[in-house]
Design a protein around this ligand. Structure first.
Ligand code: XUL
Ligand code: CO
Length: 438
């Protein structure tokens, strides 16, 4: 039985198509910069927003029309929902999906029952993966919705909640391995604080590191070889999330000897909340060899919270693809951690949302590839730093000089050579020119 009978498998029809259920830019097998679009982009549908989002916002309850869902927390409903999910993912031609344990399967009345529910739904997910060829980009554990996690999971003040969280991640790792997950993500959930008066920050961070080390040990033990990722976010739900941005995450990983086992999953709306551009977060992670995957979404600059909208802005997608082309993404992907607006409550809106954003990233990829191929920005950057290619620059960069030697040089010269223009406006115009032409 089909739940989306009005939609056939979405196909590429080219930029001139007016068909709202066709791709205008995403042409999976088209080769760009030496690789197919499909392999560059590794599009991923998320289970939580797309199949569990009901349109709730801080001011009102659910609005979504989901005729396949009976609204119950039964395992049967969860299994049926999984089948519907794969119909959508397959029709969208997305090669991957991602989930939290609690999105796919309901909690039972105790942990044993919860594990069993998860196993039952995982069986259906496995069948659907085999039927469609869709793969699991990553699994993760929801350790923030249930009230037991009110003080956090790995950073909780309640040692038994820590133990429960460990049990939950152990199981989530087993299921992720069973389903062939390419990565395993830790988003910070409630790992942070609301008030420093009641918080032992050092103890909480030590516990978080212990937790991650145990996860690494367990992954080794069961032979899970996927990439571990942490996902920076500065606030929400806590006032301060410990994984606040890429720099904070990398400092934490380095301080606790975890750097070799983790990379970062960078999300646009989280970068915005941190007061950074997405490009900044990507570049910061990339330059340290820690860019793992991206959560592709956007915020609304007039709304101050994590609105998780589908990105359709070509400037944003081109900027993202410029950095992804530089550092690569696999085994990560472009993961649509995004939800339709609560006013877009019909099932068909799920298609419009994904198609539009897949197209925006595909076009961003083409524009970025052309900019890189022509050296349109990089030539100007190299020129801007060319003084560092001189004998003096090389001496400094290789650590073969001293303050005294540099002072002697400047005393002899009297002043530094004049500066050149930064050419920001020219570069912005060049960027526009490429957007016009591709
Ligand atoms: C929350 C968020 C999460 C993670 C997965 O802001 O982005 O959905 O991506 O737990
Ligand atoms: Co996310």
């Amino acid at each position: 039985m089909s739940y989306f009978p009005e939609v056939n498998k979405v196909k590429y029809e080219g930029p001139d198509s007016d068909n709202p259920l066709a791709f205008r830019w995403y042409n999976p097998e088209e080769v760009v910069a030496g690789k197919t679009m499909k392999d560059h982009l590794r599009f991923t549908v998320v289970y939580w927003h797309t199949f569990r989002g009901n349109g709730t916002d801080p001011f009102g309850g659910g609005t979504m029309l989901r005729p396949w869902d009976d609204g119950s927390e039964s395992v049967e409903n969860a299994c049926n929902r999984a089948r519907v999910a794969f119909e959508l993912i397959e029709k969208l031609d997305a090669p991957f999906y991602a989930f939290h344990d609690r999105d796919v399967a309901p909690e039972g009345s105790n942990l044993r029952e919860t594990h069993a529910n998860f196993d039952a739904v995982a069986q259906v997910l496995k069948e659907q993966q085999q039927r469609t060829g869709v793969q699991l980009l990553w699994g993760t554990a929801n350790m923030f919705s249930n009230p037991r996690f009110m003080h956090g999971a790995a950073t909780t003040c309640n040692v038994e909640v820590f133990a429960y969280a460990a049990a939950q991640v152990k199981k989530a790792l087993e299921v992720t391995k069973e389903l062939g997950g390419a990565n395993y993500v830790f988003w910070g959930g409630r790992e942070g604080y609301q008030c420093l008066y009641n918080t032992d920050m050092k103890r909480e961070l030590d516990h978080l590191a212990q937790f991650f080390h145990m996860a690494i040990d367990y992954a080794k033990q069961i032979g899970f070889t996927g990439q571990f990722l942490i996902e920076p976010k500065p606030k929400e739900p806590t006032k301060h999330q410990y994984d606040s941005d890429a720099a904070a995450c990398l400092n934490f990983l380095r301080a606790y000897d975890l750097l070799d086992s983790f990379k970062l999953n960078i999300e646009t709306n989280h970068a915005t909340l941190a007061g950074h551009e997405m490009m900044h977060e990507l570049e910061y992670a990339g330059m340290q060899g820690a860019l793992g995957s991206i959560d592709a979404n956007t915020g609304d600059l007039l709304l101050g919270w994590d609105t998780d909208q589908f990105a359709t802005n070509y400037y944003l997608t081109t900027q993202i693809m410029l950095v992804l082309l530089k550092y690569g993404l696999s085994p990560g992907g472009v993961n649509f951690d995004a939800k339709v607006r609560r006013e877009s409550f019909e099932p068909i809106d799920l298609f419009y949302a994904h198609i539009g954003s897949m197209d925006a990233f595909a076009r961003g990829l083409k524009v970025a590839a052309k900019i890189i191929e022509d050296g349109a920005l990089s030539k100007i950057v190299s020129q801007r730093y060319s003084s560092w290619d001189s004998e003096l620059g090389q001496k400094i960069e290789s650590g073969n000089t001293s303050f005294a030697e540099l002072e002697a040089l400047m005393l002899a010269k009297g002043d530094a050579a004049p500066n050149g223009s930064g050419r920001q406006e020219l570069l912005e115009n060049i960027f526009n020119r490429y957007l016009d032409r591709v």
